[in-house]
Design a protein around this ligand. Structure first.
Ligand code: SF4
Ligand code: SF4
Length: 495
């Protein structure tokens, strides 16, 4: 066993209101530079939908992540030899159209318009060409059309449904959508790092944040393809790749990342998870239906004496262990098993977990109230979005972990309803708790952390002591350029 610490995240999807405040907070801090115009390190998608860049989940198209060959995982993109042969030609990159052509407006047309009879209009201009443009896509383009047959029908996860279910999904009275905020998952087995021919992408030892060295990057852009979540972006201005840095400069001063800090729905939780680095390869190679369980097995109990002793031996600082014990992520992911990884089938072992949204599953078509005594899992056709959809999204097709999470969420909801409205028969509540393998105490704890927890409880940021972490292995002055964004000197292209 080799114990490492990883800064990990939980997003509670029932609480996301799709306001995009998180995206704007990130954009204003990190990607408002030339060449980054089209980048959204944090974006919020509407599901069912095709997302940003469009169809990013379709690995037949983009060849991101890993695949199981025999008993080992291999990059889906290519092996080392083929990678070198294809280094000047990579056909699996998303084009600008698949992101969108960034635009602004000619505001001068408004402010400097002469007096006249017509209302002046600010025309959209392309931020690539500078000329007038016709806006045809955007990073949240399907927002207003969420659930509609136009965009949602292309959702890759709908392949898990039958033809009949797909048709029902788009009938007017069943239309449903939910929001899916996405950032880099800071994976344990990152496809971006494995695909990079120059070794420019690395995972920080003390917290597992995945970064791109701006000094070493040579613009091969294999990382863009290697990441199945399409969370590495190429900066056309600097000729370097960039990605979410989990606001490590903020974390190093004890602050939560900007998207977490600004989240209006308070859906975001941040904390340390301890994991066994020796078993990553083994767990990434489990069959699809075991992947969620395998990832949970990698995560270690921060209160276990043996784990703590080994962590200390492996150099994990006491302050990080203390943070791991208070981690809200550990509670959601491992203790309560409510939060699941996005597309574990890509086998990158993502460390951002999602609590699935309850409403699209339990809301029934005929009734305008929830059926408190019914079984929302009995007939998948009664839910507005079948469980199979969420299984494809969050459990590599395995319905069991998704159902278990939903059973618990439903029990918590019944528990709170019985407390506040008082119309739930005790035997109904007891049955729901027993079916979920839960109890009143746990339901109350889940409710508390979901709704009442304050800022410091939701974001447990440990003191990282970065200087010490660097000095232990290298000269800090030499590492100055490896920060993921910006330069202390003008960038030099690699050819
Ligand atoms: S989600 Fe982040 S860490 Fe994982 S493969 Fe993509 S860029 Fe790399
Ligand atoms: S700020 Fe929070 S609630 Fe708003 S879209 Fe982002 S994740 Fe959702």
């Amino acid at each position: 066993m080799k114990v490492r610490a990883q800064t990990s995240m939980v997003f509670h999807l029932d609480k996301c209101i799709g306001c995009h405040t998180c995206s704007i907070a990130c954009k204003n801090i990190w990607t408002d530079r030339p060449g980054c115009d089209y980048m959204w390190w944090n974006n919020v998608e509407t599901k069912p939908g095709t997302g940003y860049p469009t169809l990013w989940e379709d690995q037949e198209k983009y060849r991101g992540g890993w695949e199981l060959r025999g008993e080992r995982v291999r990059l889906r993109l290519h092996g080392r030899a083929k990678g070198l042969a294809n280094i000047f030609y990579n056909p699996f990159l998303p084009s600008l159209d698949e992101y969108y052509e960034p635009w602004s407006y000619r505001y001068d047309d408004l402010t400097n318009a002469p007096p006249g009879k017509d209302q002046p209009v600010a025309r959209p201009v392309s931020m690539i060409t500078g000329g007038e443009t016709k806006i045809e896509a955007g990073p949240n383009w399907d927002d207003d059309l969420g659930g509609s047959g136009i965009y949602a029908a292309g959702d890759v996860n709908l392949a898990a449904l039958t033809e009949g279910e797909r048709q029902q999904l788009f009938s007017l009275e069943r239309l449903v959508f939910f929001h899916l905020p996405r950032i880099c998952n800071h994976c344990l087995n990152p496809g971006c790092a494995a695909a990079c021919p120059t070794g420019a992408i690395y995972k920080r030892g003390e917290d597992g944040i995945v970064l791109v060295s701006q000094e070493k990057c040579r613009a091969w852009r294999m990382c863009v393809s290697g990441c199945p979540y399409k969370k590495v972006y190429y900066n056309w201005g600097t000729g370097k790749s960039e990605k979410c840095i989990l606001c490590y400069p903020r974390q190093e001063t004890g602050q939560a990342p900007a998207c977490f800090h600004s989240c209006v729905g308070r859906i975001r939780y941040l904390g340390i998870l301890l994991y066994d680095a020796d078993r990553i390869r083994e767990m990434a190679a489990r069959p699809d239906h075991e992947l969620v369980e395998a990832q949970l097995r990698l995560i270690l109990d921060p209160s276990n004496r043996e784990v703590l002793a080994k962590a200390r031996e492996d150099g994990v600082h006491e302050a990080i262990l203390e943070a791991a014990r208070r981690s809200p992520v550990y509670r959601f992911v491992k203790e309560w098993r409510l939060a699941l990884p996005l597309h574990p089938g890509f086998r990158t072992l993502p460390m951002l977990f999602y609590v699935p949204p309850l409403l699209p599953v339990v809301a029934t078509v005929e009734r305008d109230k929830y059926d408190l005594d019914g079984d929302p899992f009995g007939d998948p056709a009664t839910g507005r979005l079948p469980i199979r959809y969420f299984a494809a999204l969050l459990a590599a097709g395995n319905e069991e972990p998704v159902k278990a999470a939903y059973r618990k969420l439903l029990a918590v909801r019944l528990h709170r309803r019985s407390e506040t409205v008082g119309d739930v028969a005790p035997e109904v509540l007891e049955r729901a708790l027993a079916t979920a393998g839960s109890c009143m105490g746990e339901a109350e704890d889940i409710y508390r952390l979901t709704t009442l927890a304050g800022f410091r409880e939701r974001h447990v940021v440990p003191p990282f002591m970065r200087e010490m972490a660097i000095e232990a292995a290298a000269d800090p002055q030499k590492r100055k350029g490896e920060t993921g964004t910006g330069f202390s000197r003008p960038p030099k292209r690699g050819w």
